[in-house]
Design a protein. Structure first.
Length: 160
């Protein structure tokens, strides 16, 4: 998209961008009309720099780090730490839901959870993409033990 901008870093294409519509002001402070796009990190870049191998590698590394801090791995699949409930609220899986899952299993109930496959970190992380990674699985007591172990790892500071 065309916006008034100034290049901050020629190597990465990072830019300062005039986000308003006062074109005369932006031109007066030395900004020029450029083809820019917002990057994975919510910063603005020259559009052509977003296609470089270096940028794509940084994006992939960033997305992997973000995913592994937002999810934890179990034998059933990856579990989202913050889950959205049907009523629109958000709960912490380990502290808000794990004991209820355990109680349900001990009462002989079938408890389904949503797991995720490991994503392709070079893909765009859209809501539709994450939905495609979901799978419903039946929880079991071994899963509960894994989750309790994750609580201990988190508490000790050994977050995966």
């Amino acid at each position: 998209m065309l916006k008034y901008a100034e290049i901050i870093d020629k190597n990465t294409g990072l830019c300062n961008v005039g986000l308003g519509d006062n074109q005369e002001f932006y031109a007066s402070v030395g900004m020029e009309l450029m083809n820019i796009e917002k990057g994975f990190d919510d910063k603005w870049y020259l559009a052509e720099k977003l296609e470089t191998a270096e940028y794509k590698k940084k994006k992939s590394n960033y997305q992997e780090k973000t995913f592994k801090s937002d999810f934890f791995e179990t034998s059933l699949g990856w579990i989202r730490r913050k889950v959205s409930m049907q009523d629109g609220t958000t709960k912490d899986f380990l502290s808000d839901m794990l004991l209820q899952i355990k109680a349900g299993l001990e009462l002989g109930q079938v408890v389904e959870i949503i797991t995720y496959s490991l994503p392709d970190f070079s893909s765009d992380f859209t809501e539709d993409y994450f939905l495609s990674l979901q799978e419903r699985k039946e929880a079991n007591l071994d899963f509960v033990k894994e989750c309790l172990n994750q609580v201990v790892l988190d508490w000790q500071g050994n977050k995966i």
